[in-house]
Write a protein that binds this ligand. Sequence first.
Ligand code: ADP
Length: 498
Amino acid sequence: MSHTVSTPILDLLATILSGDAPTLPSIYTAAGGTPAAGGETFDSHDPSTGRLIARLARGRAEDAERAVASATAALPSWRDMVPQDRGQMLMRLAEVLEAHSDLLARLETMDMGKPLSAARGDMRGCVGGLRYNAGWADKLQGITVPLGPDFVDYAELEPLGVTVHITPWNYPLGMAMRSAAPALAAGCTVILKPAEQSSLTTLAFAELCRVAGLPAGVVTCVTGFGAEAGAALTDHPGIDGITFTGSVATGRRIGEAAGRNLKPVVLELGGKNPILIFDDADIDAAVEVVLDGAFDNCGQVCSSVSRVVLQRGIHDAFLDRLVDAAKGVTVAPGMEDAMIGPLVSAEQHAKVMSHIESARTNGARLLLGGGRPAGLEDGWFVAPTIFADVDPASAIASEETFGPVITAFAFDTEEEALALANRLTYGLVAGVFTKDIDRALRLSRSIRAGSVWINGWFIGGLQAPTGGTRDSGVGRERGEAGIMNYVALKNIGIRIRR
Ligand code: ADP
């Protein structure tokens, strides 16, 4: 078991926990952490209080250039390392991460707002994800191709090269690790661009990679805004692949950049995920699942339950029970560790509140919440909110809200339920609650989504592929599919002379 270590960057990050607001040297290249080339900074706030907690380097093209140069220089030694040794080094990194998970979890809570125990859970997920992917490092076998007696033909899996990972603010280190871990295991170098709202744990991770002994430049980090630091990285001709998790609008922009730059891209975008609950469902289980699926991480999850689609026979009784259960959801600053914390930022708060207002003016029936919880005047809090009788064509029923808001709809037949599920252009996840196995399996095939969960929610994990169809994205992450994003087949053909 590793022990915690002290380094200048980790020490500065730790001062945030005791109330300081340091200026962080957060452009992290082979030279370690430095200020931005242009000397500019931007502010990071605690969403529970609105308080300034850090100033970070505002990266632009010159900083992206330095990161790409570092990642390119580091590539040959990392790519050519004996795969088993590379896997062992990542196992060692997992140990270092685990030893620092208390610092990482506290930083995540302060920076992003989620309850501390949820942040601790995220860190366990990061450590597990790193170990899972480390195990792949020496198992990437290619193929042999039968071309007859005159040839030997085989294809090796070679690492893609320098990969850029642009991540969102809802699971800051979790999302970075989801793609960085397989990229590293495959032998790629990694440039991280964390979301400007919550960059601290990604910066800490870059420093912990150095602590664990990864060669300088294998993991770099450019903090800053999407249109500046992010776009400079995706447009850079020296990169070999892009992975993005975030909004549909930004996903389209990154897809366009990848097209211009002719680089492979993985896009995991938003959802407006339906759960279809039939009259024969286990209602107690369904209430519990909807509550967790909708309010976990304050609804700031691409795969949140968003549209609760209820068969008429249980519609009223289900909503009565859901509202009762939701009244028990506690809301408090992340460090107080209630069930949910604040939204991440003032912008996100304004967006969620505008969705709630538009639902009201569209005639939806408010059953619970609808605004700031009593007693939480500072910070970006929204109470768990439930709307019934929602017009399926209204904005709240069709646009991603990314907050603790449930919209409920009624249906009579399976065909109507399916039409409601498929009516939007999103296609990330969907759920079916029923005891009828035939119906569950029929729907699992006809719902247009990357994942369909039956009688549960958030089913999956490190090993199960995840990703969207249609506007919810391109490509799959996690499991074997996740590691395959970071390798390319190289075919080698040999002529045998008789
Ligand atoms: P949100 O709108 O919820 O803040 P985004 O999808 O815009 O979410 O942001 C997710 C990530 O994408 C962030 O790291 C952000 O800085 C980055 N980003 C935003 N715009 C661009 C862009 N044009 N190019 C590259 N990255 C971007």
